[in-house]
Design a protein around this ligand. Sequence first.
Ligand SMILES: Cc1cc2nc3c(=O)[nH]c(=O)nc-3n(C[C@H](O)[C@H](O)[C@H](O)COP(=O)(O)OP(=O)(O)OC[C@H]3O[C@@H](n4cnc5c(N)ncnc54)[C@H](O)[C@@H]3O)c2cc1C
Length: 439
Amino acid sequence: MAASKPSYLIVGAGVFGVSTAYHLIKKYPDRQVTILDQDAYDADNRVAASWDWNKVVRADYDDIVYTELALEAQDVFTSDPLWKPYFHQTGIFWVCRSDYAQDVINNYKKLGRAADLKAVTVAEAKKLFGGLFEDANYDGAKEVLVNKTSGWSEAGNALRAVTKWSIENGVKYVVGKADSLEIDSSGTCTGVKTEDGRTLSATNVILSTGAYTAKLLEQAAKKSGNKNLRAEHRIVAGGITTGMTTLDEKSYQRFKDMPVGVQGYTAQYGPFIGSLPPTKDRELKWWGEKIFKNTHEVIPGSFISAPPSGKDYNQWDVPGPLKLDIDHANDVFYGKNGASWKMDKHRICWDAFTTSSDFIISPHAAAKGLFVATCGSFHGYKFFPVLGKYVVQMLEGELRPDHKEKWAWDRERPAPSLNPDWPRFEMKDLLDQWPKAKL
Ligand SMILES: Cc1cc2nc3c(=O)[nH]c(=O)nc-3n(C[C@H](O)[C@H](O)[C@H](O)COP(=O)(O)OP(=O)(O)OC[C@H]3O[C@@H](n4cnc5c(N)ncnc54)[C@H](O)[C@@H]3O)c2cc1C
């Protein structure tokens, strides 16, 4: 008797999960591909990091593997009718305090990729784009990278469109929250159990659960008695504050064609921070410089970082001191030009981090049939169009050796201190001057 066809259960409908479903159903239209997510794909409110007003799409990396991958993704963003309507090629303006600009330019060269990008002096940079960044902070800056081919995507809209396409082409979308994994007596993962008691089964179970991944694995380890399921040092949930202002008509006219702004720092100082051009609703966005863990007892006896357990990860409940982080971001980009802007939206966005900022796209070592595809580490969105291609390669044992090594579940990992974007704070320590919020 012929073996039955493989089936796929993808937990999590962010860019990793949806891209995987998209590539699977394109390759195997007759196979069963199911996505399980706690939120409906078209809900007004979602917890996914991938669900956002906008995200930067760029190939400006000092790591050549991600330069190559981002260029591949950007080619889809600029040409495929499914992604193209959401991509805005505004360019990027990146204040560099290291050799970052030269590394990026060299990577483009090594890959034989011609693009309108260059490094300019601070004095030249201040005059670009009508002087929008004339009053930015350039302390310690070496030069400014300007890449006219980079830009941003309407993140949530693109995610919704690609999910819808996948459903229309055969993917089943189930709303529910995975509580644990089903592991049979031979140690094979056969599916998941949801909080409301349903069991979903498949021959391949792929966790694309973003910031929740370590907590889910902790719960699964406890339920199954298999401690090796735990993420341990591999995956850490980190949060970052974002904020928005609605520009008045005069400011909108001045800023509407602005590039993405980035303030880059060294690992000793901290993460890069950014400002995204206004949406059609005239909303200009920043992300802050404080990246934090939320370490707490997720199940009795297990202390790990995970998003808050309140509704929607309490993402809209942003305490005052974290709002100040956005005021700081405004100041270092726009100085006096933005001093009177009122912030009218704040959100804490949660992502899964690894110390090297590499994704994990790998079989899980502790259970057959179980795979992990997540850990965007604050930079995963831009790869949305191609992530699933590599997840399918991983499922079929066809990943390029360097990708396999880079994205492995078990590998040597660098010290977090070398990573500027590593969550270096605890959320509770950032709230000292504020009445304690329930985290
Ligand atoms: C503030 C901020 C700004 C960023 N800016 C950029 C940028 O400009 N450019 C860029 O390229 N990247 C950016 N990133 C990174 C990028 O957003 C993430 O790396 C990427 O979106 C992660 O995708 P994901 O699919 O792993 O996780 P997510 O998008 O978080 O999706 C995980 C999904 O899993 C679901 N889920 C979790 N647990 C369960 C469960 N138990 N049961 C059912 N469903 C579950 C969630 O509901 C969610 O839908 C940013 C991240 C943040 C936080």
